[in-house]
Design a protein around this ligand. Structure first.
Ligand code: ZN
Length: 271
């Protein structure tokens, strides 16, 4: 199967955000040092790579610590083959391999962590990158819905979002490498929201069923959905969010688009 194309807004939003950050850096350097914009540009040619190296080092350390903390409380899914020890984990391992094949994704490590959230995220600077699923997902989602979520997270890896997001600490639950990263993460949220639309396409390619993909997204917003009638009710609630001014304003500060918009984008893409 061919990997789905990125959402068309992803690359333009990244380029515009990078331009904004570069302009902010130049203005800040010029304001702090009293240099002209030209001198500030020359200085930033050295300063930006140096800052990048510092952030990379700090992020690598934060990643190692985060990984070690995960291992203490998480169950690792046997991604390389069935072990025969735990049927649930073996079935999850099968799903991970099917998703990897559908998206031509590099090797990954996948962990289940205890918690109350219906959520998942991805991090890592090196292969294998790490996908984390919160335990409640296993209780409320069926096989296809879980494959949508795993495929979505693999989308962040195959489209190259994971590296930038890990450096900037922009993903849910990720440790932030530097206080300054908060500012960058805020600026990058516009791009991060475009990335979510691309990864929903990857999730759909992995699960292969639009209705189950929509049900997975709906469950991220409202929790357990078991029947077609419950799904219709949930979609009506989510649809009302889309019309709310408050929700639309809140989205500007979030790194995820509203679920209603993600569902609409997925329906349009599958058409
Ligand atoms: Zn995502």
């Amino acid at each position: 199967m061919r990997r789905p194309s990125r959402h068309p807004s992803e690359i333009p939003t990244l380029l515009i955000t990078l331009l904004v950050i570069t302009a902010m850096a130049l203005v800040s350097i010029a304001a702090i040092t009293g240099m002209t914009a030209g001198t500030a540009f020359c200085v930033s040619l050295c300063a930006v790579p140096a800052l990048g190296m510092i952030m990379l080092g700090a992020s690598t350390m934060a990643n190692v610590q985060h990984h070690q903390a995960l291992l203490r409380q998480a169950y690792r899914i046997p991604v390389d083959g069935r072990t025969g020890e735990n049927q649930v984990l073996d079935e999850l391992g099968d799903m991970v391999r099917e998703c990897r094949q559908a998206l031509s994704c590099e090797p990954v490590d996948v962990f289940i962590v205890p918690g109350r959230q219906v959520n998942a995220y991805t991090f890592g600077l090196h292969t294998p990158k790490v996908i984390v699923l919160y335990e409640p997902m296993l209780k409320i989602m069926n096989r296809d819905e879980l494959k949508f979520v795993i495929g979505h997270e693999m989308g962040h890896i195959v489209y190259g979002h994971t590296l930038l997001n890990t450096l900037l600490g922009g993903m849910a639950g990720m440790p932030s490498s530097l206080g300054a990263a908060l500012l960058f993460a805020f600026t990058f949220r516009w791009w991060a929201r475009a990335c979510e639309y691309s990864c929903d396409r990857a999730g759909l390619a992995a699960c292969g069923d639009l209705t189950r993909g929509i049900a997975a997204l709906a469950q991220l917003a409202v929790g357990d959905i078991d029947t077609a009638a419950e799904l219709q009710q949930a979609l009506a609630v989510i649809e009302r969010q889309d019309d709310s001014v408050g929700e639309n304003m809140g989205e500007l500060l979030s790194d995820h688009p509203m679920i209603a918009k993600r569902i609409k984008a997925l329906q349009e893409y599958s058409r």
